[in-house]
Write a protein that binds this ligand. Structure first.
Ligand code: DAH
Length: 341
């Protein structure tokens, strides 16, 4: 009787959690050589009057073992998904999910945006199809300025004063017409020029315009802002150089070069062996432009700049042909997966 109790509690506490322990359970409690079977062999040694009761207890014990076994077996089979013990190959690669990448021009635009947004500039956008006032006249372009020439500007045939913007400086005008100083904006956008397409020039490209108008803004403020930008974009070792230049809408005007990040300034094909590459035009906003846009030039001053995105992208990713950005060849675009955020 003690044996029966002992085996019952063993059955109750036996843990089965896989095919192997299930088999151990079977051998221990249900096989021909199990203790329960040997108890059946004991029946003949039991006193006649107790034999029936003892036989019943051993029977119950065997039934209980069998029931537990059936339950365990079903559970193990449910976990392995079938009634074999085969394990699926968990090292097999998953089906490939073909995700796209961001276009390098968008990556660069976002990076420029982020750098300026962190120092208080906010981004504004405007129309690609513009009028003469916003692209030229308000920006102090003289009536006979060559930039208005048919060779540079795409005009919309129906209306002589409607055209595709040749620069994002048009957004300076739109911003000053609608906001009061202090103004701190950057304006990313696509621009169009009627130019022959080569490895260095395209009829469509992208610019980011910057504009800062407040009281007492100086050329030194502009220089420091642009140096900060260049270092954030190209690393702390980059140097900048401002060369005197001319734009109708700024006075004084400058073009900014950065030390060539391909040869480190030593001289290479990209920088035409000068060690410097031009990335933007800039200057102090001409008082005429402020007045054209309804801003008191006696009280306010400001600086503006226009960055060429393709040029910067070519520098940063070391590509040598601007046409690659417009061909949508996935073999080229896929290479920007790692830079896609
Ligand atoms: N709009 C000029 C261009 O397309 C670039 C530029 C130069 C923008 C000087 C500016 C600036 O805001 O101040 O070549």
């Amino acid at each position: 009787m003690n044996n029966i109790d002992k085996i019952r509690s063993e059955i109750e506490s036996f843990q089965v959690d896989n095919a192997e322990t299930l088999e151990q359970f079977r051998l221990r409690f249900l096989s021909k050589k199990s203790e329960i079977q040997s108890l059946f062999g004991e029946i003949k040694n039991i006193a006649q009057e107790n034999r029936k009761e003892f036989g019943q207890l051993v029977n119950d014990l065997r039934d209980m073992a069998q029931e537990n076994y059936n339950r365990f077996k079903a559970a193990v089979e449910a976990v392995s998904g079938n009634n074999t013990t085969e394990i699926p190959d968990i090292t097999r690669p998953a089906a490939r999910l073909n995700v796209g990448s961001m276009h390098p021009i968008s990556i660069m635009m976002n990076e420029v945006r982020q750098i300026f947004e962190e120092i208080g500039f906010s981004a504004v956008e405007g129309p690609d199809i513009e009028d003469d006032w916003h692209v030229f006249t308000a920006l102090n372009f003289a009536e006979e300025h060559p930039a208005r020439d048919m060779q540079d500007t795409f005009f919309i045939k129906l209306r002589p004063d409607v055209l595709l913007r040749t620069h994002t400086s048009s957004l300076q005008v739109r911003t000053m017409e609608t906001q009061k100083p202090p103004i701190r904006v950057i304006c990313p956008g696509r621009v169009f020029r009627n130019e022959a397409i080569t490895s260095r020039a395209h009829c469509i490209f992208h610019q980011v315009e910057g504009l800062y108008i407040a009281e007492n803004v100086s050329f030194a403020d502009m220089k420091q802002t642009l140096l900060y930008f260049a270092q954030r974009m190209f690393g702390d070792d980059v140097r900048i150089r401002l060369r005197p230049s001319y734009f109708p809408f700024t006075e004084p005007s400058a073009e900014m070069d950065i030390s060539c990040n391909i040869c480190g300034g030593a001289g290479c094909n990209l920088c035409k062996h000068t060690g410097w590459v031009e990335i933007l035009g800039c200057g102090m906003v001409d008082p005429n432009v402020l007045e054209n846009c309804g801003i008191d030039s006696g009280k306010y001053s400001g600086f503006a700049f226009g960055l060429g995105i393709e040029r910067m992208t070519m520098l940063k990713y070391r590509t040598n042909d601007i046409r690659l950005y417009f061909e949508n060849d996935v073999r080229f675009l896929q290479q920007f997966k790692a830079a896609t955020k």
